[in-house]
Design a protein around this ligand. Structure first.
Ligand code: LMR
Length: 412
């Protein structure tokens, strides 16, 4: 049997990580995987997370390693939902309490797990003819939907000449080709890999189009609060669809990997939004999701979600978390500026404003695959073949070196 196994491409992001780890060159720079790094190039356990970890240790709760319900830790799920959709926790209005009944939430194995579970759920119960992914998108979206067995199509998203969002192309393709019931995958903010997001007006048009053509919006929200520093701003699109299109079903895959720096803890949630606010229908959706969860992984992991839960239950800790979010988003913005300035100083051929205009973790630099290879081989600077660079890998110490390297590969 093994002899008949077809070769399968390995994951570029994690391959690059491994190659970087093996590289012994002192000035090596990792701009590959999307993880936050300090100006010293180190991982950054968020101060609020460290504080809560200590508290949890002190509390020594004897049930901390128990099973949760199949849907996951219910108080955590309520907090995650409130954060995503903008409900005011315990002070929610009667209208908000009603709106909460439209949302079925379950815990998932971080963002990937939430995307996967959502894909499986839709494939099983809605049987969409196609899923529409942006071109380009996070490579794992392709894999996830392939595994769900839903045919994948792409809508234009990036205009290489102007290095901007191809909104016209996106809308024209979906308008002409998407069929009723098709899933449209949308990045809630900080599009991975391009760093290009629709404007609010464009989001409104996308919402109208989905409603009119009866498409199913599937939001991937991996960067809430991490991109702009504001959890409200980064949830704008999801909240707009939810509030303004009550007759449209949709779903959200929510990750806490980046915004809490809990990458390896696999904290996430999947929210399915129904058009009817009713406990019965919500429970039926949850139960169906639980059926899939039980058969796959029984329940989401507990450790990281206990941390998030503790932060989000306390106003004081939530305020500290907001500060941590600002530290991360501001450093990334500062590094965009620093790289841009260095390239301008060097008069590197081409235009580089897009580096400062793009949003979130990544810059879609426009560097060609050959230039990316040269950066790695000659300068030990690692980024994806598509030219995607994880900006957080830049620091005050290495940004001039990286700019020099880019300058050289662009010229030669
Ligand atoms: C990335 O795109 O680099 C991150 O989201 C990490 C991952 O899981 O791919």
């Amino acid at each position: 049997v093994l002899a008949t196994l077809a070769p399968v491409p390995s994951d570029e992001i994690f391959d690059l990580n491994r190659a970087y780890a093996r590289d012994t060159f002192p000035q090596k720079v990792s701009l590959g995987v999307g993880v936050y790094r300090t100006d010293e190039g180190k991982p950054w356990p968020l101060p609020v997370v460290e504080k809560v970890e200590k508290k949890l240790l002190e509390e020594n709760d004897p049930s901390r390693h128990e099973y949760t319900a199949i849907e996951g830790d219910i108080p955590f799920l309520e907090l995650a939902r409130d954060l995503m959709f903008g409900f005011d926790g315990k002070n929610a209005s009667a209208e908000q309490e009603e709106a909460k009944k439209r949302i079925a939430s379950v815990q998932a194995v971080a963002g990937t797990g939430a995307n996967h579970l959502g894909g499986l759920f839709l494939a099983t119960h809605m049987k969409p003819k196609n899923v529409w992914l942006s071109d380009p998108s996070w490579a794992n979206h392709m894999t996830l939907w392939e595994m769900a067995g839903v045919p994948r199509k792409t809508y234009p998203y990036y205009e290489p000449k102007t290095r901007s969002l191809d909104f016209t192309g996106m809308m024209a393709t979906l308008e002409a080709e998407a069929q009723e019931g098709d899933v449209v995958l949308l990045h809630a903010c900080a599009h991975n890999p391009t760093g290009l997001d629709p404007t609010k007006e464009q989001w409104m048009e996308i919402a109208d189009l989905c409603e009119r053509k009866q498409l199913f919006p599937f939001f991937d929200s991996a960067y809430q609060g991490f991109a702009s520093g504001s959890v409200v701003e980064d949830a704008w699109a999801v909240r707009y669809f939810f509030q303004h299109k009550p007759h449209m079903e949709m779903c959200v895959a929510q990750s806490f990997s980046k915004n809490f720096g809990l990458y390896g803890q696999r904290v996430g949630a999947f929210h399915y939004v129904t058009t009817v606010a009713g406990v019965d229908i919500r429970d039926t959706v949850v139960n169906n999701l639980c059926h899939l969860i039980r058969g796959e992984f029984s329940m989401g992991p507990r450790g990281g979600c206990s941390i998030v839960k503790k932060v989000l239950t306390s106003d004081e800790l939530t305020a500290e978390w907001y500060e941590d979010l600002k530290v991360m988003s501001s450093r990334i913005k500062a590094m965009r500026q620093a790289l841009y300035k260095e390239l301008v100083k060097l008069q590197t051929p081409g235009t580089w404003e897009h580096i400062v205009n793009q949003n979130g973790m990544f810059s879609y630099t426009g560097l060609t695959p050959a230039q990316v290879t040269a950066l790695k081989e000659k300068y030990h600077v690692y980024l994806l073949q598509s030219g995607r660079a994880s900006i957080s890998g830049l620091s005050e110490k290495n940004v001039a070196y990286v700019a020099q390297a880019i300058d050289d590969v662009v010229r030669n």
